[in-house]
Design a protein around this ligand. Structure first.
Ligand SMILES: *[C@@H]1O[C@H](CO)[C@@H](O)[C@H](O)[C@H]1NC(C)=O
Ligand SMILES: *[C@@H]1O[C@H](CO)[C@@H](O)[C@H](O)[C@H]1NC(C)=O
Ligand SMILES: *[C@@H]1O[C@H](CO)[C@@H](O)[C@H](O)[C@H]1NC(C)=O
Ligand SMILES: *[C@@H]1O[C@H](CO)[C@@H](O)[C@H](O)[C@H]1NC(C)=O
Length: 454
């Protein structure tokens, strides 16, 4: 990955020089006449990454340029020229080579964040989500007392498995995060940047809080995701902003978390602004699973859209419910990769209040029936969490979720996962069946294309 970055950087520099000098360097690949600049960059990025134009063509054929039909319908042989190679296998080869990994087991990069009082719940969520193939960033914001942050840090550093595998990081320079303010988006981008730089290979970025909990084991999730094109983005979105236009888009707020060291609420400017015309606003759930290529785009911002939109959202109330949605739907090369779902079970009151209601044992069957891989939000130590542990995750108190990677034995109550075996092996169970059902629904002809960026 680092090599790739280096060559991309070298290329961008070259290109820059070339534009100024108006003559071409012999080292540069031949340019095609028309494509828009951002597409061109992306294409060269992929050429550098994949090393073969043919795979790039295939890559574009697979997810981006099939305007019709659901995903599974074009996984089967289609009317493209290289008819024999549009199977899942070839797609997997392409997508895994684009993250230069040899196995087809995907890797997820998780951000788990919390604030004051979330320390214990954060540890529990981390245990429930842990898999050695993944990457984890843990963040307890500046409002949490340093003793609490230290407690989580000691736990992460002292855990024998986390230490042996080395895939759990704690953000040591904690950020001040204001509820509903742009500092929440800034914190998410910070974690994403850390994961791009230090997290090695990964395919999707998933943002969770300490009050989220998984409903499937990582073995299930990785198994189902291994059949998906790596460029899909799970993000619930709509351009029908309705009441939010008046209450969200027009007011102007300032988030003191951007420049103060002590936490306080956002404050409101009396003047209002008009709805932007340079890009179209989208809104949706603050929970999402984003592809590495899209995160790369958001961090590097090579056509500046991610930065322009970020500056706009700096004064927007509840920016986590709009920033990524607006960027992805206004970027031509990414809008066709959206799957309109936050893959979370969230239970809103009717009529909806500001917050979803806390899930309890009464919601257990609805959670299972939703086939969603994650649910929120939970009170710390609510009995329903114990039930999820025992019935869905098969996790014993204080232990990790068992998976095929666990190579130890469970004699005398010892954790079989204290010995790390082969992390690319998966043992999918009922959770995988449920999640597969959800994916088939989301990627069906009726749901996938017709619900993109509308
Ligand atoms: C995205 O899909 C639309 C039709 O839904 C199509 O016109 C467009 O060319 C596609 N964009 C890319 C980049 O493939
Ligand atoms: C990311 O996670 C936090 C949980 O702490 C959440 O509040 C935030 O809205 C999420 N989404 C984004 C886009 O930052
Ligand atoms: C299990 O525990 C019992 C009593 O604590 C001990 O006698 C026995 O040797 C242990 N077995 C193993 C395999 O560690
Ligand atoms: C893990 O399992 C895969 C599939 O069986 C195998 O190809 C790979 O070599 C194994 N890795 C290790 C480190 O044993």
């Amino acid at each position: 990955m680092r090599e790739m970055k280096k060559s991309l950087k070298a290329f961008l520099t070259l290109r820059h020089q070339q534009q100024h000098q108006q003559h071409s360097s012999p080292n540069l690949p031949q340019q095609h006449p028309q494509p828009p600049i951002n597409m061109e960059y992306r294409k060269y990025f992929l050429i550098l990454a994949v090393g073969s134009t043919f795979s790039v063509v295939l890559f574009f054929l697979t997810t981006l340029s099939s305007p019709e039909g659901g995903l599974f319908s074009f996984l089967s042989p289609s009317s493209t020229s290289s008819s024999s190679s549009i199977f899942v296998e070839s797609k997997l080869k392409i997508s895994s080579s684009s993250s230069s990994s040899l196995s087809s087991t995907p890797r997820i990069a998780y951000l788990i964040s919390g604030s004051i009082g979330d320390g214990d719940m954060l540890k529990r969520t981390l245990m429930a989500l842990y898999h050695p193939n993944n990457q984890y960033v843990v963040h307890l914001d500046l409002e949490a007392p340093s003793t609490e942050r230290l407690g989580v840090r000691r736990y992460v550093e002292g855990h024998p498995v986390f230490r042996a595998v080395g895939n759990v990081r704690m953000i040591t320079r904690a950020n001040l995060v204001t509820y509903r303010g742009p500092t929440m988006v800034a914190n998410t981008l910070h974690a994403a940047a850390i994961l791009l730089r230090e997290g090695g290979e990964w395919d999707w970025f998933i943002n969770l809080s300490a009050s989220d909990y998984p409903l499937v084991r990582q073995d299930d999730l990785l198994h189902v995701f291994s059949d998906l094109p790596r460029d899909l983005n799970f993000i619930d979105h709509t351009s029908n902003i309705g009441w939010k236009e008046f209450q969200r888009a027009k007011p102007i707020i300032i988030d003191p978390g951007l420049y103060m060291t002590k936490k306080s609420d956002v404050f409101w400017i009396t003047q209002r602004r008009s709805v932007p015309t340079a890009f179209k606003l989208f809104t949706g759930s603050a929970w999402m699973a984003l592809s590495r290529s899209f995160i790369d785009y958001c961090i590097w911002g090579w056509d500046n859209l991610p930065r322009t939109v970020l500056m706009y959202y700096a004064n927007f109330i509840s920016s986590p419910e709009g920033y990524f949605h607006t960027v992805i739907c206004n970027a031509q090369e990414f809008r066709n990769t959206t799957v309109n779902s936050d893959i979370h079970f969230i239970s809103w009151d009717n009529p909806p209040k500001q917050h979803p209601h806390y899930l309890t044992l009464r919601d257990m069957s609805a959670m299972v029936d939703s086939n969603a891989p994650f649910a929120r939000k939970f009170h710390p130590d609510d009995p329903v969490l114990d039930q999820i542990d025992s019935e869905l995750l098969f996790r014993k108190p204080g232990m990790l979720v068992p998976g095929e990677w666990c190579a130890g034995q469970s004699i005398n109550g010892s954790d079989p996962c204290s010995i790390v075996g082969n992390a690319t092996l998966l043992r999918p169970g009922h959770g995988a069946v449920r999640l597969q059902r959800l994916m088939e629904l989301l990627l069906s002809k009726e749901n996938f294309r017709p619900r993109q960026c509308k």
